[in-house]
Design a protein around this ligand. Structure first.
Ligand SMILES: C[S@@+](CC[C@H](N)C(=O)[O-])C[C@H]1O[C@@H](n2cnc3c(N)ncnc32)[C@H](O)[C@@H]1O
Length: 263
């Protein structure tokens, strides 16, 4: 906790939402969690990288690739993408200094900080309004990757509402709003004229110490996702990371979106 707090003092994120919505702190905490769970998370990281490398065959060209949800770049084969494409653009609401430093030897990587819901600034005014984002859609990407960000987008908004507007909205209003956030991410991905590879967790499994399922939460029942190309289990929180007698695993699915004009 103290280490995370101290690290946050040395970061100066470009977007004010990075701090006000807790993204900065969450990014620092994510790195600490990854260090604690590195062995359990390795198969998941490798599966993500493998799927991304397989998706290169869909690329329209190798001028540029867009990565949405680049974060600490742990699930992305960044060296290979840097070799393959002339330009690699990483987008996230916050990129830590340590992440940028780790890849500074790769000269064709660009970092862009952007709120990929394009809804956080409206929410600071107490308005539950969501849009289909438009950033980066005018550029001609060879390939677009959305890497484990879709389920994360509503989380910070939900926490922000809970902290700042408790009681202002009904539970139904908040749930409908949060569902629209992920719906709009999917619509956003569908507006690109390039092939899109989407990786996201889709189910959260709570298990007891005998690996018996206690609860299974399906995340995207409101969405029409295509048939996944592949899926795997992410050992997200082995005991005792979450609780001393409950583990969390997630079912991750990987998709190719057949966008118009992309083939
Ligand atoms: C699970 S992490 C992604 C990890 C990353 N794919 C990797 O390779 O290490 C989820 C990411 O979503 C980002 N994120 C959450 N809400 C966001 C938003 N509104 N706009 C942009 N990025 C956001 C977080 O900052 C975080 O880096």
């Amino acid at each position: 906790m103290i280490k995370e707090f101290l690290t946050s003092l040395f970061e100066s994120p470009k977007l004010k939402e990075a701090k006000s919505f807790g993204h900065l702190y969450e990014s620092i905490a994510l790195i600490a969690r990854e260090e604690r769970c590195s062995e359990a998370w390795m198969p998941h990281r490798n599966q993500c990288k493998k799927f991304i490398l397989e998706s290169l065959k869909l690329s329209l060209h190798f001028e540029s690739v867009l990565i949405l949800g680049s974060g600490p770049i742990h699930e992305i084969p960044i060296e290979e993408l840097s070799k393959k494409f002339k330009k690699v653009v990483c987008v996230d609401i916050v990129h830590l200094k340590s992440t940028k430093k780790r890849v500074q030897h790769l000269k064709n990587i660009e970092f862009r900080e952007h709120d990929l819901t394009e809804s956080e600034s409206e929410l600071t005014k107490g308005i539950l309004k969501t849009v289909v984002p438009t950033a980066f859609t005018n550029e001609n990407w060879g390939l677009v990757l959305s890497v484990n960000i879709m389920s994360q987008l509503p989380r910070h908004l939900e926490e922000y509402i809970d902290k700042n507007f408790k009681g202002k909205f009904s539970e139904e209003q908040v749930n409908a709003y949060l569902e629209m956030i992920t719906q709009n991410h999917l619509r956003y991905l569908e507006t690109f004229h390039s092939p899109v590879a989407l990786i996201t967790d889709t189910e959260v499994h709570y298990l007891d110490s005998n690996n018996k399922m206690l609860e299974n939460h399906l995340e995207f029942q409101h969405l029409k996702l295509p048939t996944p190309k592949t899926e795997w289990i992410w050992d997200l929180a082995p005991i005792p990371e979450f609780q001393k007698d409950i583990a969390i695993k997630m079912k991750v699915r990987a998709y190719h979106l057949n966008n118009r004009n992309s083939h």
